[in-house]
Design a protein around this ligand. Sequence first.
Ligand SMILES: O=C(O)CCC(=O)C(=O)O
Ligand SMILES: [Fe+2]
Ligand SMILES: [Mn+2]
Length: 221
Amino acid sequence: MAGTGLLALRTLPGPSWVRGSSPLVLSRLRDAAVVRPGFLSVAEEETLSRELEPELRRRRYEYDHWDAAIHGFRETEKSRWSEASRAILQRVQAAAFGPGQTLLSSVHVLDLEARGYIKPHVDSVKFCGATIAGLSLLSPSVMRLVHTQEPGEWLELLLEPGSLYILRGSARYDFSHEILRDEESFFGERRIPRGRRISVICRSLPEGMGTGESGQSPPAC
Ligand SMILES: O=C(O)CCC(=O)C(=O)O
Ligand SMILES: [Fe+2]
Ligand SMILES: [Mn+2]
């Protein structure tokens, strides 16, 4: 019976890579916080990590001040990519961004070592528009979103290697996001041991900023 089917649909807990504080929060953020597991093929994951590894290895991991958002990381802003990687980034753009959205001209590459983590923060609205899309490589991790005004409202995203996450609209503006440190890395009851993780993050330009191509591009968020 159609009515019964609808009811069952409405009470489903959501996909197994997203958990939330309530069915209401899950349904409100269904299109604003999205995870696409297996977005990358194994070959694509290798393409990206092989290209990034030599650039990252030249840098040292940073352990910033006590109040910095990210601990145990090295990073780069990359605007020149191999053809194979460009094709992957175009797939990300098509999957995550609307036709009217311009992307920052450089892609943010963040390498978190095994004990590295990201504290709760909201990306600066000065430098980053409505959409953030990130590929995860090497290690699984848990991204937690918490409503900045209602701390009881939260979402957890399980980010496996090869997955793409998208934060847009309310998930990007009204919720902080963080990557849990190894000791706290659980997805519900499930322990998600953290190893070194590389993320490749595309962001839209803040609205009314023109194109990211010419002149100085704004710093990453
Ligand atoms: O590593 C990620 O996927 C997120 C990084 C992040 O939140 C940031 O750089 O603002
Ligand atoms: Fe962020
Ligand atoms: Mn950042």
